[in-house]
Design a protein around this ligand. Structure first.
Ligand SMILES: [Zn+2]
Length: 213
């Protein structure tokens, strides 16, 4: 067993993939609405996460607030998932950036969002061995009210940790429409859904037998 749970990436190869509606018709919680990949759900038994640090000596009030909100959001997921924080983005499966997501065109309108997560499926070499891994970039805007900032961070991290879909219930962290009070803690339904997801068969985290080109 390796002592370092997050060895640096030595080589990487991005695969073509799409997130598709799962074929599951009934599942605990909101499991049946989650998207998945042809390799199985993009989840790992252990995650390496990099949080973008402030790029200068004296972070201002906004940067400090952003970092605090993201730390708090990570601790919510640390209660239910094994997570190692890494100092270098090169060791991470999930990179969290302090950045406003670019506006997105929906129909004839441009829509702003508070946060966004983007999934790639990659073959990665670490310590000489190739594995299939999810690679997620999470953008969380710093320009948000404190409670919205934290709820956005918890929600986007839920996507990053493999919950690629939304709960129809407003009191779940993965709700698409939340109530007046932002949801800052995992609900029972969030936990049940997560447990189910992590018990599914997946190729993610597995060794790749043949070396990729
Ligand atoms: Zn979402």
């Amino acid at each position: 067993m390796s002592l370092d749970p997050c060895p640096p990436v030595e080589a990487i190869h991005v695969l073509e993939m799409s997130l598709d509606r799962s074929a599951v018709s009934s599942a605990p919680g909101y499991g049946s609405v989650l998207a998945t990949t042809s390799f199985g759900p993009p989840v790992l038994q252990h995650w390496c996460v990099w949080l973008e640090p402030s790029d200068h000596q004296a972070p201002d009030r906004w940067e400090r607030r952003w970092t605090l909100a993201l730390e708090t959001a990570l601790s919510v997921w640390e209660e239910v998932l094994p997570i190692t924080r890494v100092k270098s983005p090169n060791r991470a499966h999930i990179q969290i950036l302090q950045r406003r997501p670019p506006r997105r065109r929906i129909g004839s309108q441009w829509r702003a969002s508070n946060g966004r997560s983007r999934l790639q499926v990659v073959e990665v070499q670490r310590l000489g061995q190739w594995r299939l891994e999810p690679r997620v970039e999470v953008l969380v805007s710093p320009e948000l009210r404190a409670s919205v900032l934290e709820a956005t961070a918890v929600h986007e991290l839920g996507h990053a940790f493999g919950i690629w879909g939304h709960s129809p219930q407003p009191d779940d962290v993965m709700a698409i429409h939340q109530n007046q009070n932002p949801v800052l803690k995992l609900s029972k339904r969030d936990r049940v859904t997560l447990n189910w997801l992590y018990q599914r068969i997946t190729d993610f985290g597995q060794l790749i037998k043949t070396n990729p080109k």
